[in-house]
Design a protein around this ligand. Structure first.
Ligand code: FUB
Length: 328
């Protein structure tokens, strides 16, 4: 396996990887990606082509060292409640335990979020017997604040089923989101319990507003939330970044409160090769990095993606400089 550690190059090329959640654990960079299956089936708006069955954890000592694939860290067959589609995961460390949070369809085909634990950041991870009570939809991102309170952010439109939960319970017939002139659906946030295995309370929706405090509308596809939330903290502000889905951008808002409302600020990453875009933001030593994916390794096949990274820079006012990953 040839190790890649150059910016804007695939981190690995022996498997297809996507949805990278990067963390610094034990002084190294650990990346928790989806492991895309190499199949030639058709793709659709429901995301059936994202048929992933396991997770591999990647790590690097630093940005000048080889990437290590630690092998299978968790497989669908070992998750009692799950039936298919291991989508974008995230990891967290607390209580001397490493936690892997992941979405999958339950036995009824409804996306839920589960948790698995390990004593090492590379796994293997042992899943809890049931999904997290009151969890639904996809793309968990867990942020542990300086006071040790952990928050899970999650939710995704279309194949992520968020539209189907608008009444508070799952309605399989509900395929439409709010009208274009109504507030868009936001990501959900839930406070995690001390043991990180359950929600303290029911999740609630985060509001994303413009500079005047007005909610971003469902028809505003350049700015509205679609999927892939990530929260990080910089200079006392919480940054909520996410994918706009149909307009293929990574954008962000900021807040003084981890639970929002978040004020929309701008674009982090312009569209990449392929339909989806999904990321994480992490500080390593004195620099910040964006981990993202595109489909360059498969010449543009939407479900055969590859994880990459690039440096992320802030302006003096705390805004993030927009990145074009293909700029010369
Ligand atoms: O990898 C499957 C899905 O594609 C993720 O959950 C979404 O964020 C999108 O990247």
């Amino acid at each position: 396996m040839k190790p890649y550690t150059k910016p804007n190059q695939p981190l690995v090329n022996h498997i297809f990887t996507a949805d990278p959640s990067a963390h610094v654990f034990e002084g190294k960079i650990y990346i928790y990606p989806s492991h895309d299956l190499d199949h030639d089936g058709p793709d659709n708006d429901n995301g059936d082509q994202y048929a992933m069955e396991d997770y591999h954890v990647l790590s690097m000592e630093n940005f000048d060292s080889p990437v290590v694939d630690h092998g299978e860290a968790l497989h669908l067959r070992d998750i009692p409640w799950a039936s298919s589609q291991l989508w974008a995961p995230d990891a967290a460390y607390k209580n001397n335990v490493y936690y892997l949070f992941f979405p999958a369809r339950d036995q009824d085909g409804i996306f839920r979020i589960g948790v698995a634990t390990a004593s090492s950041p590379a796994g293997p991870f042992k899943p809890e017997p049931n999904y997290i009570k009151d969890s639904y939809s996809i793309d968990p991102a867990v942020f542990v604040d300086e006071d040790d309170q952990a928050y899970m952010y999650f939710g995704g439109l279309w194949g992520g089923q968020l539209e189907k939960w608008q009444t508070g319970s799952f309605d399989s017939s509900q395929t439409e989101g709010p009208a274009a002139d109504k507030p868009a659906l936001g990501p959900l946030v839930a406070l995690l319990s001390e043991d990180m295995l359950s929600f303290k309370d029911k999740p609630f929706e985060i509001s994303i507003v413009d500079e005047e405090g007005n909610p971003i509308l469902a028809g505003d596809e350049e700015r509205r939330y679609f999927e892939g939330p990530w929260v990080h903290k910089y200079n006392g502000y919480y940054y909520l970044s996410y994918s706009t889905g149909t307009t293929h951008k990574l954008v962000y808002g900021i807040s003084k409160n981890p639970q929002g409302p978040y004020t929309f600020k701008g674009t982090i990453l312009t569209p990449v090769i392929g339909w989806t875009t999904h990321h994480s933001i992490v500080q390593f030593e004195d620099k910040w990095y964006l981990f993202y994916h595109d489909c360059s390794l498969s010449d543009g096949v939407n479900h055969k993606r590859c994880v990459k990274y690039t440096e992320l820079k802030y302006n003096a006012d705390g805004t993030i400089q927009t990145i074009d990953p293909y700029a010369e």
